[in-house]
Design a protein around this ligand. Structure first.
Ligand SMILES: *Cc1c(COP(=O)(O)O)cnc(C)c1O
Length: 337
C-alpha cells in the first residue's frame, strides 16, 4: 500500500510531463544572466504579477531573506507576524545575517496583523530606536487567504508611514484561487512578493522574488552573497514554467479535497476540526490519544504533520487524489468509531 503523505504540499514528486519539460530545457550560466529558461521564468512571473523584474532563487527562505536585506539596511527593523514563516521558521535569518531587527506582531484569528498594533509598533525617528522600514505579510497564512480590503488598508498604512510592504506569497496562487481572482489583484498592493514553486505548484525546487529593478538588483547581489548564485538553473526553471502552465488552476482540486476531508472528519466523535482553508485542514485531538493515534496512522501508512503547531495539520496537493482522501477518512473512522 503506498504512503499517503499529508504533512505538506512540499512533498510532491515532479510529474513525468514536468520531468520531460525539465530535460528539454535550454540552459546557460545564470550568474552571467545567460540562462534563457531562468530569464523566461523571471520575466513571465514579474509581468503576470505586475512587477518590473523577477529573480529565481533556490528556496523561499532565501527569497524572503534577500528581499528583507534589499529593503532594509543594518540597524533597520521590519514588522512581521509572530507566527509568520519569515519570523519563526527561517532561522532568524534577517537578524542573523542581515542585522535587521524583527518586531513581531500578534496575529488576529484570521491571520491578519491588526493595523492599530502595526501602527503602534512603528518607531519614532530618534537615535534610541531601530528605523522601521518594512511590513511583511504572509498569504496564505495557515491556509487562509487574507481579505483584500485588509491588504488595501495595509498598503495605505505603509504609504502613510513610508514603509515598504513585502509579501511572503509562498502559496500566493492558493490565495488567488481561494479568492477566485487573478493573483495580480493580491500582489498589486505590495512592493515585493516571494512565490514558492516547490509547494502546491509541484516543482522540485525554486522560488521567485518579484519587485522593482532597483530592488531586484540588490536582491541579486544578496543572492550571490548568500550562496544562491547558480549556473544552469534553467533545468529547474523549466519545471516552474511547466507548473505555471499546468498546475495553477488545478489548485482548486486540492482545495475541494481539503474541504471534503474536513467535512468527513467533522462527523467523527472525539475529534475537533478547528479549521479548513484552501488546501489545509487543522484538527485537535486530546493529548492522551496522540501516541495511539500516531501508531494507528503509521499502520495505515498515512503521514500528517504532528508537533510543529498546537494543532495537527493536513495538507492536500498534487499527489493526493480522491482515493487518498477516501482512504484517509476510512483510517480515521477505524480509530475514532
Ligand atoms: C515553505 C514556506 C516558505 C519557504 O520555505 P522554503 O522551504 O525555504 O522554500 C516561506 N513561507 C511560507 C509561508 C512557507 O510555507
Amino acid at each position: 500500500m503506498p504512503w499517503i503523505d499529508l504533512r505538506s504540499d512540499t512533498v510532491t514528486q515532479p510529474t513525468a510531463a514536468m520531468r520531460a519539460a525539465m530535460l528539454a530545457a535550454e540552459v546557460g550560466d545564470d550568474v552571467y544572466g545567460e540562462d534563457p529558461t531562468v530569464n523566461a521564468l523571471q520575466a513571465r512571473l514579474a509581468a503576470e504579477l505586475g512587477f518590473a523584474e523577477g529573480l529565481f532563487l533556490p528556496s523561499g527562505t532565501q527569497s524572503n531573506l534577500t528581499a528583507l536585506m534589499s529593503h532594509c539596511e543594518r540597524g533597520d527593523e521590519y514588522l512581521v507576524g509572530m507566527q509568520a514563516h519569515t519570523y519563526k521558521y527561517e532561522g532568524g535569518g534577517a537578524a542573523v545575517l542581515g542585522s535587521i531587527q524583527p518586531q513581531p506582531i500578534m496575529h488576529a484569528d484570521d491571520g491578519t496583523l491588526p493595523l492599530d498594533a502595526v501602527a503602534h509598533a512603528i518607531k519614532p525617528i530618534d537615535p534610541h530606536f531601530a528605523r522601521t522600514r518594512l511590513l511583511a505579510l504572509e498569504n496564505t497564512w495557515h491556509g487562509r487567504a487574507l481579505p483584500l480590503d485588509y491588504l488595501a488598508a495595509a498598503r495605505a498604512l505603509c504609504d502613510e508611514h513610508r514603509l515598504a510592504l513585502h509579501l511572503d506569497g509562498a502559496r500566493l496562487f492558493n490565495a488567488a484561487i481561494a479568492c477566485a481572482l487573478p493573483a495580480r489583484e493580491i500582489t498589486r498592493h505590495f512592493d515585493s512578493v516571494s512565490v514558492c514553486f516547490s509547494k502546491g505548484l509541484g516543482a522540485p525546487v525554486g522560488s521567485v522574488l518579484v519587485g522593482s529593478h532597483a530592488l531586484i538588483d540588490k536582491a541579486r547581489r544578496w543572492r550571490k552573497v548568500t550562496g544562491g548564485g547558480w549556473r544552469q538553473a534553467g533545468i529547474l526553471a523549466a519545471g516552474c514554467l511547466y507548473a505555471l502552465d499546468h498546475h495553477v488552476e488545478r489548485l482548486a482540486d486540492d482545495h475541494a479535497r481539503a474541504a471534503r476531508l474536513a467535512d468527513g472528519l467533522r462527523g467523527l466523535p472525539g475529534l475537533v476540526v478547528s479549521a479548513q482553508h484552501s488546501n489545509m485542514v487543522f484538527i485537535d485531538l486530546p493529548a492522551d490519544q496522540l501516541t495511539a493515534f500516531k501508531a494507528h496512522l503509521e499502520s495505515e501508512r498515512i503521514r500528517l504533520s504532528i508537533g510543529y503547531l498546537p494543532q495537527i495539520r493536513m495538507v492536500t496537493h498534487l499527489d493526493i487524489d480522491d482515493a487518498a482522501i477516501t482512504r484517509t477518512l476510512d483510517a480515521f473512522s477505524r480509530f475514532f468509531r
